[in-house]
Design a protein around this ligand. Sequence first.
Ligand code: ADP
Ligand code: MG
Length: 429
Amino acid sequence: MTHGQPDSALTLRQRAEEKLKTDGDVTSKTLSSEETCQVIHELQVHQIELEIQNEELHRTQHDLEAAKSRYFDLYDLAPVAYLTLSKHGLILEANITAATLFGSTRKELLKKPVTNFILPEDQSVYYLYRKLVIEGKKTQGCELRMIRADGSSFWAYKYATSMQGGEYLVTLTDITKLKQTEEELRRAKIAAEAATVAKSEFLANMSHEIRTPMNAIIGVIQLLEMGDLSQEHREDLCMAKKAGLDLVRLINDILELSKIEAHKIDLEISRFDLRNEIADTIKLLSLQAREKGLELTYSIDPDVPTLLKGDAGRLRQIIINLVGNAIKFTPVGSVALQIRKDAEDTDTVTIRFLVHDSGIGIAADEQGHIFEPFTQADSSTIRKYGGTGLGLTISKRFAELMGGHIGVQSIEGKGSSFWFTVMMDKQPG
Ligand SMILES: Nc1ncnc2c1ncn2[C@@H]1O[C@H](COP(=O)(O)OP(=O)(O)O)[C@@H](O)[C@H]1O
Ligand SMILES: [Mg+2]
């Protein structure tokens, strides 16, 4: 008998007879009738036991076959293309989905090297990932182009899992559509980015060009103001000057924003003392606050390091924007600037600036938009308070350039608390 194969009924009988001979035949001895009954009983029980065992054996065999056929059905009918490859990359098995994917029959795939179905340019990718699977990184996925029976190619995601005996199981998914969409998106992104930069560059150039004659116009108005004028003409000139200054402010904001968008802004880093910087900035703003009868205060927590290295000019601009807004949108009460430390390590410190006001506040559904360019909380703002809706956008970009964030908490009718953070280097020593 070869190992593992069941005996035929005849050889089984012969083997049993031989064994009986070597072990000694019980029936050759003379038995009493009682002993004979006992032996017959034992034999009957034994026979029934064997029958039961036989039945169970049949059932197990049947279950095994059912499981095997279920496995083949799963393999064959799975919506994923499966290939089983030999150690050397020969296709040993392929399911129906794989055959359909390649537009061929299963027979045409079997026993062929899988590389026959991979585009020559992408074979290096296949070999690289096969090496990884062999080197013990059990499962590996890669993207490569494969060839159909009709010679056309498609993008496939190939996922290989090594199995016992050096074979491996490969699943293939057609990702051609995904690749096309990816490529279209990439092209669209490049085009959109180029368009944004071009637009910002145009804006930057335009606003620069407008600013020069505007400054000349304001200069001439200032010269005229020095002359002998009637009251009426003086008032007219004053209005013209105010409009001119507003325009220059708007142009400056647009110039600043477009420079940021065109990635033409570099931080100007210098050593400065935060304490002096804040004192000067608040002094600048206190005139506006006093004119409106508002209290303007500031505080710096004692643990904030104040000898810093960073872009003091841009930091000042954010503070002017936020405190300026607070003053503008607060009819009565107070505005307070608070400076705290958020985090610190040996070289850097993250500082949090908070601007609280007791002003008109911002409706909850508007709070998300006000950091976008040219956006104001509601359309009546521009009529009542003027402005361009660029201050917060510029402040947000500056805070982000300095490694921080910006945000607001506000209750309509009660007041607002704007905050921003920046990360700055500490002066050594
Ligand atoms: N402190 C504040 N209180 C109430 N509303 C504010 C405050 N700060 C900003 N806002 C709202 O956010 C909008 C955008 O602000 P900003 O970008 O500085 O533009 P601008 O000041 O030119 O209107 C303002 O128009 C206003 O509606
Ligand atoms: Mg503003």
